[in-house]
Design a protein around this ligand. Structure first.
Ligand code: NAP
Length: 540
């Protein structure tokens, strides 16, 4: 196959890839997108497990770049279910005629920077070779599903599923006895729906989780219209919040008010539903003592909901602060344990020993199942990038560079890997934010940067090692001002055996981060170095 050439290759056709393509095309850059899936939507394409739903309100979890799109799209529910978000992604792809530049069912396997040509040489699993000035990784933060390496797994004769890679035609569990392993956001959303369908569900829980009720409801025309009428101002407000969502942060300390006032505040926010609960006070993520007041409120909600006190106590998280592992949001999760057909097995002390041909074994006790659902999470933030053989200057491997944890400047680029951008990469607010807000900010920044370079005949851009070192330090320092590092979370890489324990996203806040990026640009792209076209022309 002959080598194709273009200005930009985008890896991934999720929300980042779609918007990138739209913008780059409008700016006159020749662009190709490669996508492993057969359709657009990224995380919402793969995560089709029953109950999958976004925990950011629909009116806020949507693109802001097109006023027409904002006005014409109607969400059916306050918090959207996966099929509605996927339908939206498909609508965007059609409305902006994006599909013609996307190669579906095509996985990028390698990306090598050719220092002579100052271009990225990329290869796909289908054998295509493509040379691009810029390579943009729009690969998503939570896109490599992780099934633990359980002994005996290959001997299991029943069906197995992973929430992060769910069959597109759905699964009918009617009449079946099933196991669910994992109680993170995915498990907590799936379990209530699975319990309604299957004959019996046994949940294997390694760590109990805090979860807040969604209090989801159908979208009302009035509520949707109130956003549509004020979108420009509300979107601008979103961009300067801590998490990319308008959440009514109460700017006082939990410790400055009485226990009665706190209880009233938590009760009110619990009734409203969603993650706004954690904005009840301004120090819940900074002070363990303040955090404990919210944690205890949630524990008591669980105790009041689950009828069997022993089961309730097993479901209550005690060893880490609320919110330090990604907070879960559910629809009837704890109530599910009052059903006769649901059992909870605590594997915190004695792990799953092995999988057998008919089920699994925990502490000499055998369980038989028709199917096992793995809700065991992802190799987050770095896993998908590591699946690609990425080599920068002088054959430097990304995997080696990030041996002790990801190192980036602003979560956008890294030293030795010129002209390779990451959308919502490690070191940016990314997974701690409303992803669409962060995606739009990065896409706008990257595409503006490409125009800046084109206008000045600049062909290479790379952060300095010093800027990268400083940012890595800043990301780490910001994390350790909070309670987050106190939990063994996937933010810290703790869910993957052998993964370095580094807090990966930037926790300083979406608004603060945006200002840092704006200042970097205003200071002449401080921390980056550029090369001009003059000495590149001969090499091409
Ligand atoms: P997760 O949060 O990493 O949860 C994985 C679960 O599997 C945990 O309970 C974990 O236990 C358990 N587990 C992992 N390995 C295990 C093993 N070897 N043995 C037993 N249990 C094991 O993954 P997730 O639930 O898929 O969620 C990942 C992220 O996706 C979320 O945090 C969120 O950012 C995103 N998400 C969002 C939504 C939403 O918007 N509502 C929904 C789903 C997912 P430990 O806790 O002990 O490690």
């Amino acid at each position: 196959m002959s080598e194709q050439k273009c200005d930009v290759v985008i890896v991934g056709a999720g929300f980042a890839g779609l918007y990138l393509l739209h913008r780059l095309r409008g700016l006159g850059f020749s662009t190709r997108v490669f996508e492993t899936g057969s359709g657009v939507g990224g995380t919402w394409y793969w995560n089709r497990y029953p109950g999958a739903r976004c925990d950011v309100e629909s009116m806020q979890y949507s693109y802001s770049f097109s006023e027409e799109l904002e006005q014409e799209w109607w969400w059916p529910e306050k918090f959207s279910a996966q099929p509605d978000i996927l339908a939206y992604a498909n609508h965007v792809a059609d409305r902006f005629d994006l599909r013609r530049d996307i190669d579906f069912d095509t996985t990028v396997t390698s990306a090598h920077f050719d220092e002579g040509k100052r271009r990225w040489a990329m290869e796909t699993a289908t054998g295509e070779q493509i040379s691009a000035r810029f390579c943009i990784m729009a690969t998503g933060c939570i896109s490599t599903a992780q099934t633990p390496d359980f002994e005996g797994l290959s001997n299991y004769k029943g069906a197995t599923y992973h929430t992060g890679n769910w069959p597109h035609d759905g699964v009918d569990f009617t009449g079946q006895r099933i196991a669910v392993i994992g109680t993170g956001s995915s498990g907590i959303q799936a379990i209530p729906v699975l319990a309604e369908q299957a004959d019996h569900v046994t949940v294997f829980q390694r760590t109990p989780n805090y979860s807040l009720p969604t209090q989801n409801q159908p979208m009302t025309a009035e509520y949707a219209q109130s956003w549509k009428d004020n979108y420009p101002a509300l979107r601008e407000e979103q961009r300067h919040t801590g998490k990319g969502s308008i959440r009514d942060l109460n700017d006082e300390s939990a410790l400055a008010v009485s226990a009665e006032d706190r209880d009233a505040m938590y009760t009110k926010r619990w009734a409203v539903g969603g993650t706004g609960f954690l904005s009840a006070y301004n120090d819940l993520i900074f002070s363990r003592e303040a955090n404990e007041t919210a944690a205890e409120f949630v524990r008591n909600q669980i105790r009041a909901t689950v009828r069997d006190p022993q089961v309730a106590e097993r479901l209550v998280a005690k060893d880490y602060p609320i919110g330090a592992k990604r907070i879960c949001v559910d629809s009837g999760y704890f109530e599910t344990y009052n059903r006769d057909n649901v059992a909870l097995v605590d594997i915190s002390e004695a792990p799953i020993e092995r999988i057998t041909d008919s089920g699994l074994v925990v502490q000499d006790q055998s369980f038989d199942f028709d199917a096992i659902v793995f809700a065991t999470g992802f190799d987050a933030m770095t896993g998908t990038l590591f699946k690609i053989d990425i080599q920068g200057r002088a054959g430097a491997e990304l995997r080696t560079k990030w041996d002790a944890g990801p190192r980036t400047y602003l979560g956008l680029m890294c030293e030795s890997f010129p002209n390779m951008f990451m959308i919502t990469g490690p070191g940016s607010p990314s997974v701690l934010s409303n992803m669409i807000v962060s995606i739009e900010q990065h896409v706008d920044l990257v595409t503006d940067t490409l125009v800046h370079m084109r206008d000045r005949n600049l062909v290479v851009m790379e952060p300095t090692l010093e800027a990268e070192d400083d940012w890595v330090e800043e990301v780490n320092a910001a994390a350790y001002k909070t309670v987050y590092p106190a939990a063994a979370s996937w933010y810290m890489g703790a869910n993957i055996p052998g993964k370095p324990r580094i807090f990966m996203p930037y926790i300083g806040g979406v608004g603060v981060y945006r200002k840092i990026c704006e200042k970097m640009v205003a200071d002449g792209y401080k921390g980056f170095r550029f090369e001009s076209d003059a000495n590149a022309a001969a090499a091409e």
